[in-house]
Design a protein around this ligand. Sequence first.
Ligand code: EPU
Length: 431
Amino acid sequence: MDKLLIAGGIPLSGEVAISGAKNAALPLLCAALLTKEPVTFTNVPHLNDIGTMLKLLAQMGVKVSRETSRICAGDAPKEVPLGDTVTLDASGLNNAVAPYEMVKTMRASILVLGPLLARAGEARVSLPGGCAIGARPVDQHIKGLTAMGAEVGVEQGYVHARATRLKGARLFTDMVTVTGTENLMMAACLAQGETVIENAAREPEVVDLANCLVAMGARISGAGGDVIRIQGVDALHGATHRIMPDRIETGTYLCAAAATGGAIRLTGASATSLDAVIDKLMDTGCDIVAERDAIRIKAPRRLAAVSIRTAPYPAFPTDMQAQFMAINAVADGTAVMRETIFENRFMHAVELIRLGADIKIDGNTAFVTGRPKLDGATVMATDLRASASLVIAGLVAQGETLIERIYHLDRGYEGLEKKLAALGADIRRVK
Ligand code: EPU
């Protein structure tokens, strides 16, 4: 199995392009199930999770065509991904089933439930189990679809939902759920009458999905706020949609530059969806300039520790907590880091401790006291963002860091080692 070998201590410098957002692309690809006409997506990141979703859709009878574009800027490591163009044609949808074998490798498969049910009148989706970061139930997805008139049961590990036609309803989720909001919003597009989702997730990925659905003929208002209204229509049509830039990938590179004392420019990036992260990075002492389609960061010699508390958008994202723990591990001072979204999202802490970090965990709170240096060691990636935090720590640590189980990284960071190598890092994939 591939591993990453990093020789730390080099401040990152230069320019790198940000890819399309994984967490926007996954629900968007599922939205193509809602229409008989082809839907084309551009700026689709080349990631394992996207490959899994396309395989899942293909086995449902969706025709998938994928074009990969790359600009080769001289040496191979600098080959820049441009984002894939993916066209999905769900006119031949013939199998409304998401099997266990696929759902177990990617929980986001649950996003087919709403669109399948709305379009085909039936869906059988394997119930995702727990995962490394928490139990992650899907009860709110089921509650919402039931309120829209679906008959939903759990049989032999599968959610089995049926409805001749969903009916608009007033929905209230017990907590803010991103994929829950997305699933219900997609289902409501083809329901009869008006659906109102209260306590909706306000994440930019929800807005990107709503924009695409509107381009497909859906009638949606309020996305980006906590009340979304959807007037159901009889059918949706084809459209072309460009996937938004990945705000978590952007934040991860900003943290890598900050931790290494570097100065980089991220192109194709948007600062507007990153206020909470940029604010905290400025508190560490970094200089950040937002340009039209780019962000520049320049780090001081030593960062100041910053306390954070994760919460739904627009507050500080749970998907950036691990990367900030790596920053705080080498910053000046003690940070208090509270995780409020997932119950088990501190798995990276024990690995960071193996690199010499001073971290104490008490329930959902981590106390991180910065050390002037970390030391390279062999560590294990446990989930996507945990792996990103280990990469950042490895870029700072003295000597070599070997990261095992990097398949987690390939799920969510397009060309990570190529992009970091282009920024001057000494990083390579080894067997
Ligand atoms: N929850 C329930 N019941 C539900 C739905 C959610 O109890 O029916 C709970 C979850 O267990 C969690 C909280 O509500 O404690 C919020 O979970 P949410 O549903 O918002 O998470 P998600 O939709 O499964 C998405 C992202 C995650 C990101 C979270 C939070 C995608 C494909 N995934 O997950 O991304 O951490 O929102 O922002 O959009 C990642 O990219 O590394 C990642 C894990």
